[in-house]
Design a protein around this ligand. Structure first.
Ligand code: SF4
Ligand code: SF4
Length: 374
């Protein structure tokens, strides 16, 4: 398979126009949550060398890879084939066995200190336990060895970030997260069971483009994707604010789209992008399908059951007893405020879009002038 030096190099070799290249960069700028004025920087970064990536799999169900492969903006195939040099992935690799493991050793040696290590799955910490063997050796040893020479480590999914289902009670293999094994380097946490595909590609694309970590919160999660609670962007929020709750999945409230808080929704304490990015190219997300959020990006979410029991209180909103919310606010006022916030967000999006279009136009103009000079 032909290898490319940069995204721009790939576009040129495939005969794709500069205009399409700028379009891709525009989409990337929006996805990475960057200001429109950053477009020229994204264009510059996309003209640089592709970063080498090693992708390991520990204790997991491979749901994160399944999710990653369904990314549409950017397409996972674009990321894998054109934005990064994916040198080792034991589920996507065409090769296997001894030669493939030898290749991993070569990549670690030749790109020491320069490659990105993506990890999916938790790690059973005892190498003698015999759990999770890869290429004839314990996964925990493979992880430590690969982490040693990595420039950056990304933990994909709730298993790699917090231990996940593997670490749920009674945790027979004593599985732990990546950052409990690797203590001497920052690990970017991208939780979710699985994470949203565009969040996964967005994080690796950020590192690929700028060579540095995106801004992280106090859980080491990228702020642009984990800065909001599901509750903050939920379209059922006006019903929450108005004290209108479904009490049963079959009642009139559930059918009318009322808030699912009393049916156990964890949206008020879960930090993720499902409410604004949604899944499958923005098509839907669990709450839109009539099921509450089960908090899959949260630590120990699997043990925080039962999922259909309401949260005792809504932390951080200062509202106390949820039953009093309907009485404490007039529904019209609450809906008005939420609708105003939603409208402002839409208007901001439109402004950003206009600004991006303008910068894109200028970039193309500059490009045409440069071509004229040659
Ligand atoms: S509790 Fe759940 S369904 Fe209700 S507004 Fe919050 S996130 Fe949406
Ligand atoms: S809505 Fe909640 S449980 Fe569902 S995918 Fe998003 S964060 Fe996970």
């Amino acid at each position: 398979m032909e290898k490319y030096n940069s995204i721009w190099d790939m576009y040129q070799k495939k005969g794709i126009s500069r205009r399409s290249f700028i379009k891709t960069c525009t989409a990337m700028t929006a996805l990475l949550g960057l200001a429109p004025a950053m477009l020229p920087k994204v264009v510059e970064a996309a003209e640089k060398r592709l970063p080498v990536v090693i992708w390991l799999h520990g204790h997991e169900c491979t749901g994160c890879s399944e999710s990653f492969l369904r990314s549409t903006a950017p397409m996972a195939s674009d990321v894998i084939l054109n934005m990064i040099a994916l040198e080792y992935d034991d589920t996507l690799g065409a090769a296997s066995g001894e030669p493939f493991e030898h290749h991993l050793q070569e990549v670690m040696k030749n790109y020491k200190g320069k490659y990105i290590l993506a990890v999916e799955g938790a790690a059973p910490p005892d190498p003698k336990g015999g759990f999770c063997m890869v290429g004839g050796k314990p996964f925990v040893d493979q992880l430590k060895e690969a982490a040693e020479g990595a420039a950056a480590i990304i933990a994909y999914g709730t298993c790699a970030t917090w231990g996940g289902i593997q670490a749920a009670r009674p945790n027979p293999t004593q599985a732990v997260s990546v950052n409990e094994i690797i203590k001497n380097k920052p690990v970017i946490n991208v939780p979710g069971c699985p994470p949203i595909p565009e969040v996964m590609t967005g994080v690796i694309a950020h590192y690929a483009m700028f060579g540095n970590l995106p801004p992280l919160d106090n859980r080491n999660c990228p702020k642009q994707f984990f800065g909001n609670r599901i509750h903050d962007t939920c379209y059922r929020r006006p019903f929450f604010d108005a004290g209108m709750f479904a009490n049963d999945f079959n009642d009139a409230g559930a059918k009318a789209g009322w808030c699912l808080y009393k049916l156990g929704c964890r949206g008020p304490e879960t930090y993720a992008s499902c409410g604004n990015m949604r899944w499958w190219n923005g098509l839907s997300y669990p709450i839109q399908s009539g099921h509450g959020c089960i908090g899959c990006t949260s630590k120990d979410f699997w043990d925080n059951d039962p999922f259909y029991q309401r949260l005792p209180e809504v932390a951080g909103l200062g509202l106390g007893n949820i039953d009093k919310i309907g009485a404490a606010v007039t529904g019209g006022l609450a809906i008005g405020i939420t609708a105003h916030l939603a409208t402002s967000a839409v208007q901001k999006k439109k402004r950003d879009h206009k600004e991006l279009e303008e910068i894109k136009r200028k970039e193309e103009e500059k490009e045409r002038e440069n071509r004229g000079k040659d």
